[in-house]
Design a protein around this ligand. Structure first.
Ligand code: SAH
Length: 265
């Protein structure tokens, strides 16, 4: 199956082999013949093949490993467009308004970075109608985490800002070859039509970084660091200064970000 291609650990290469799981991922996409598909990290193309059976209008894949490029071109011919690039460096703007369905069994070492990059795209909802993505379970847990939970943090606040998040299922290491040491989780992420209006998502990353880099400390410290009038801000948001960062819900972080943006304007 691997055609003598030896999996590279540095590229997070764990290829899906479980046919049931591969079928299910393709099904979740609910693809019709008007859809344009983007798959990142197709590897040898096991998921690609199943998605193709759904007969999308267009199909583009982005794969970094040169060894896969020939293999993919041979396997699928002109049925797909193969781009040999790094998914972290790719200029996704060329697909503005394309309403993509994006698939990816994401390499674990870049999964949070590529997700953050996508979330920062303006008009996310017209760029992509849904993401069907596989993460390592621990990362998926952070994405879906609720306020007050152990996994709640920067990634939950950022993801929930623009995305509706649905957990599809957990997937065992034995579904992959070579099998990873960790469990994986499949998520479906749907861009929201309406989300809290912020000037620059980098500010949200900045704010949550300041709060969650000291998770155990009371929020008085980060508030004081960000705002001279931190006591007014806390009162305005109805927050006790002895709360911890994980006690503040998503909306509160968006409001704090908005206040910070007004300040630095
Ligand atoms: N989707 C395939 C392969 C998943 S393994 C399957 O499920 O079988 C992850 C894939 O992402 C590998 O093919 C790896 O080469 C590719 N990859 C790793 N880092 C990448 C990057 N930065 N940009 C694009 N592709 C990358």
């Amino acid at each position: 199956m691997l055609n003598n291609i030896i999996a590279k650990k540095s590229l997070g290469q764990n290829f899906l082999k479980d046919k049931k799981i591969i079928n299910l991922i393709a099904e979740i996409g609910d693809i019709n013949n008007n859809d344009t598909i983007l798959e990142v990290g197709p590897g040898t193309g096991n998921l690609t093949e199943k998605i193709l059976e759904k007969k999308p209008k267009e199909f583009v894949v982005i794969e970094k490993d040169k060894r896969m490029i020939d293999h993919l071109n041979k396997r699928f011919g002109n049925k797909i467009k193969v781009i040999n690039e790094d998914m972290l460096k790719f200029s996704y703007e060329i697909y503005d308004n394309k309403n993509l369905i994006i698939f990816g069994n994401l390499p674990y070492n870049v999964s949070t970075q590529v997700l953050a990059k996508w979330i920062k795209i303006g008009n996310l909802d017209s760029f992509c109608k849904k993401f069907i993505l596989m993460f390592q379970k621990e990362v998926a847990d952070r994405i879906i985490a609720e306020t007050n939970s152990k996994s709640y943090g920067r990634l939950s606040v950022l993801s929930n800002w623009k995305l509706d998040i649905e957990k599809i299922l957990d997937i065992e290491p034995s579904s992959f070859v070579p099998s990873p040491k960790i469990n994986s989780t499949l998520l479906k992420l749907t861009p929201k039509k309406k989300y809290y209006n912020l000037k620059d998502p980098k500010n949200l990353e900045h704010i949550t970084n300041i709060f969650f880099s000291q998770r155990r400390k009371m929020i008085k410290q980060p508030l004081k660091f960000l705002f001279k009038n931190f006591e007014d801000i806390a009162e305005n948001l109805n927050l006790e200064l002895n709360l911890r960062p994980q006690n503040l819900n998503n909306l509160t972080y968006y409001k704090i970000c908005e206040m910070y943006e007004a300040l630095i304007d």
